[in-house]
Design a protein around this ligand. Structure first.
Ligand code: 5AD
Ligand code: SF4
Length: 468
């Protein structure tokens, strides 16, 4: 049994990160025979990508996927810790699974992902959720076959969570969720320690993947017919800063742009590490999509300082103005309201910043204290009602600009990577180069292609169009 420990998770050591190759003991191969599995994923793209690895490992063990969890023999919850409601969703599902297990005694339940890295969650599972068969963390996903073997063989609760990140595992099998768009991990972990954020605890220290491994993966995706890659990391702009040689995000972006992949996206960017050279590379290559996610979090320099964000409102705006000069660019952001000590004036500064930046998209949240983080210890006098009012006001403002941003495209022709049939009857849907959802009429044979579409209608959340 190996339990997580926050003191260990917080440590950053100079220990060299090595590369390992995925392999597993063949004894476990048949544990999935005649069994079905269901994986429920919460949280971010990193988790979605981990799920793609988890599914492929399960299929190597001969499990077969089902999309109905009520029918599954094995259910794994890949969880998220970012805010309390992510926790609540996972615990709600665990509650439902308790009843299911009372009816289906042989059901095997596992929990992994960021919540598995939290001390309190794991001790609760040991005490109150004894029907959960196994727990593994974000640093030992590659150990899943062994963990399953132990859980199936012994029938005991297996808990294996490493507090500290391990080596980088290459060569993990993958069952990609999409045939045309792929996530490519370029780095793991984060060393920024923004005071509200749990991620540096749950995902460990920053570790960049070798550029050769990344480029090999992208080239293989091109050969398989993929049209888009999203380079993934908690803070992609810091890519390479942990190498003992000079190779950074702008070098990687340029090398990926020189492959034959038609579309490149990357996320998430921290303003601190966004260099002028990166902006030049984005401008230079047509296959780097002009769509940038640049979380601001707050428009008050006082709050930004308390958040440990390392930039002021003015510095953010200077970077933002440079990015706006990229032709056709769209810029999206994340904003937190109700951070401890945020006053009405601070909040109004956030509104001012939004009115200045006119973001093309924004994800807005109420601050959620995460145990173990510095901000969770700050005094917080603002009532939930006040926070909700701020969120409402903020959403009204950001939504206005989403609509305006979409309306600017009316009558224009945009490039769309066609995802599949839309929820609307007999329509297709896809994303523009600027990452806007568009529904349009067209033939199913277009799925997976990049086509020209004329924008005929603009709404707050999506566009309508017709194929040119
Ligand atoms: N409370 C609320 N929002 C948070 N985020 C991260 N941590 C918290 C928290 N404790 C938001 C940030 C981040 C996004 C992924 O989630 O805006 O950019
Ligand atoms: Fe949630 Fe962050 Fe973990 Fe992603 S990295 S699953 S957003 S806590």
């Amino acid at each position: 049994m190996q339990l997580p420990n926050y003191k260990e998770a917080r440590k950053r050591t100079k220990e060299e990160i090595k590369k390992e190759f995925y392999s597993y003991n063949l004894d476990a191969t048949n544990i999935g025979l005649n069994k079905t599995y269901f994986v429920k994923t919460y949280g971010c793209q990193m988790n979605e990508h981990d799920t793609e690895n988890i599914k492929a490992m399960l299929e190597q063990l001969n499990f077969v996927e089902t999309d109905d969890y009520l029918k599954a023999d094995l259910i794994i919850l890949n969880t998220c810790s970012i805010r309390e409601n992510a926790h609540n969703k996972a615990f709600g599902m665990l509650g439902r699974l308790k009843h299911l297990k009372e009816e289906k005694k042989n059901l095997v339940i596992g929990l992994c992902g960021c919540m598995a890295q939290e001390e309190k969650v794991v001790t609760d599972i040991m005490k109150k959720y004894k029907y959960v068969n196994f727990v593994f963390g974000t640093h030992n996903i590659h150990r899943l076959p062994y963990i399953l073997e132990e859980a199936f063989k012994t029938g005991k609760q297996v808990i294996e969570v490493y507090s500290k990140e391990g080596n980088i595992t290459e060569g993990m099998p993958i069952k990609r969720a999409n045939k045309f768009k792929a996530y490519v991990n370029i780095m793991y972990g984060c060393d920024k320690f923004c005071t509200y954020c749990i991620v540096p605890f749950t995902r460990g220290k920053q570790r960049s993947r070798d550029k050769d491994d990344i480029l090999k993966e992208v080239n293989e995706l091109v050969k398989e017919g993929y049209k888009e890659v999203t380079l993934l990391g908690q803070n992609v702009n810091a890519y390479g800063k942990d190498f003992d040689y000079h190779y950074t995000m702008e070098n990687l972006l340029e090398d990926v742009a020189k492959t034959d992949i038609p579309r490149i996206r990357f996320m998430t960017s921290h303003p601190w590490d966004f260099t002028d050279q990166m902006i030049e590379v984005i401008k230079k290559y047509d296959n780097i999509m002009p769509s940038i996610h640049l979380p601001v979090q707050s428009g008050s320099s006082k709050v930004l300082k308390l958040m440990g964000r390392r930039y002021t409102k003015e510095e953010y705006i200077t970077l933002f103005d440079k990015l706006r000069k990229i032709p056709n660019v769209t810029i999206s952001t994340d904003i937190i309201v109700g951070f401890p000590s945020e006053t009405e004036e601070d909040f109004n500064e956030t509104l001012d910043l939004v009115n200045y930046c006119k973001f093309d998209n924004a994800y807005t949240f109420i601050f959620s204290p995460r145990e173990g983080t510095a901000a969770a210890k700050l005094e917080d006098k603002t009532t939930l009602k006040e926070k909700e009012e701020r969120l409402y006001k903020l959403n009204e403002t950001v939504n206005k600009y989403f609509l305006e941003s979409n309306q600017r495209l009316l009558g224009k022709t945009v490039d769309v990577l066609v995802d599949g049939p839309s929820e609307k009857e007999r329509m297709l849907c896809g994303y523009t180069d600027t990452n806007k959802l568009i529904n349009f009429t067209g033939d199913d044979s277009l799925i997976g292609q990049i086509v020209k579409v004329e924008v005929t209608d603009a709404k707050t959340w999506s566009l309508d169009g017709k194929q040119k």
